[in-house]
Ligand binder design. Structure first.
Ligand code: NAD
Length: 265
């Protein structure tokens, strides 16, 4: 299926690895030019170099910056060769907040989580959405978490901050931009095989004395699909939501978790 987005410009956060990388790759393979943002220049430049081999016809521009900072956003909107703020597609994504007990989180911990997982996507939407509406096409996809639908006890910072973003998006997606070709949706990952999962599994192993292999097997057995998801699968869904075919889908939350969420609705 031709997704009809060849030649568009996308901004993808957290694009050097994991889910952001999956989205950047899937979009690039559809002929979309991508500004790829991540904090570490070395891993990011390698990811861009590798992706250029797979998608030689598109422009891929790395920006090594912290997307949660004002300076980082200025850098990505002014990168030479990029589209400025005139992105057609924006995939918001940054690292998730740390796990823990809410009794230990002070105001600073909360502000950091809300900044990264709620206010940064809102700033990116604010900077790009009116331009999209004026040009008659726009796709915003926020990478959130299955924790929005089914909270995870130790991830209270994520449950809270991402729910705030979800409420905001539900409202703004239904304003007049919906009639101007702009859609805003969220993808809610369950368990995907990325560094994030690897780090949390290692932390659990140290805490419990179980091996990494045991914990991975246990976690995967709890998913009806019997495995973790892959960044490639995640990227494919993201690219479809960004397609012309998905023009009539907005304000939605796409849970992608191998069936882990047990509810009927
Ligand atoms: P990851 O650790 O594999 O990759 C994170 C990427 O984001 C890296 O490229 C990193 O450089 C970049 N990044 C982190 N903070 C950044 C910042 N401030 N500015 C710019 N780039 C930044 O993580 P992932 O598994 O791909 O997760 C992506 C998001 O999805 C996270 O918010 C995570 O909490 C959430 N999530 C992941 C899973 C999962 O199973 N992997 C499940 C639920 C939610």
């Amino acid at each position: 299926m031709d997704l009809g987005i060849k030649g568009k410009w996308a901004l993808v956060g957290g694009a050097s690895k994991g889910l952001g990388w999956g989205c950047a790759r899937a979009l690039a393979l559809e002929g979309v030019n991508v500004v790829m943002v991540a904090r570490g220049a070395e891993v990011l430049n390698q990811a861009v170099a590798d992706l250029k081999k797979e998608a030689p016809g598109v422009q891929l521009i790395p920006v090594a910056a912290d997307i949660t900072s004002e300076a980082g956003r200025v850098a990505l909107f002014s990168v030479p060769g990029g589209p400025g703020k005139d992105f057609d597609i924006v995939v918001t994504n940054a690292g998730g907040p740390p796990p823990g007990d809410f009794r230990n989180w002070d105001r600073e911990a909360w502000i950091k989580a809300v900044d990264a997982n709620m206010l940064t996507p809102i700033e990116l939407i604010k900077a790009t959405v009116d331009g999209m509406a004026a040009r008659g096409f726009g796709r915003i996809v926020n990478i959130t978490s299955s924790s929005v639908k089914s909270p995870i006890d130790i991830l209270g910072l994520s449950n809270g901050a991402r729910s705030g973003l979800t409420g905001f998006v539900a409202g703004v997606a239904r304003t007049k931009i919906a009639a101007q070709g702009v859609t805003i949706n969220n993808i809610l990952p369950g368990k995907f095989d990325t560094d994030r999962i690897r780090n949390t599994v290692e932390a659990t192993a140290q805490k419990t004395g179980q091996t990494v292999a045991e914990i991975r097997a246990l976690q995967q057995a709890q998913v009806p699909a019997g495995r973790y998801g892959t960044p490639q699968e995640f990227g494919a869904l993201c690219a479809f939501i960004c397609s012309l075919q998905a023009s009539y889908i907005t304000g939605q939350n796409f849970l992608t978790d191998g069936g882990a969420y047990p509810g009927t609705y």
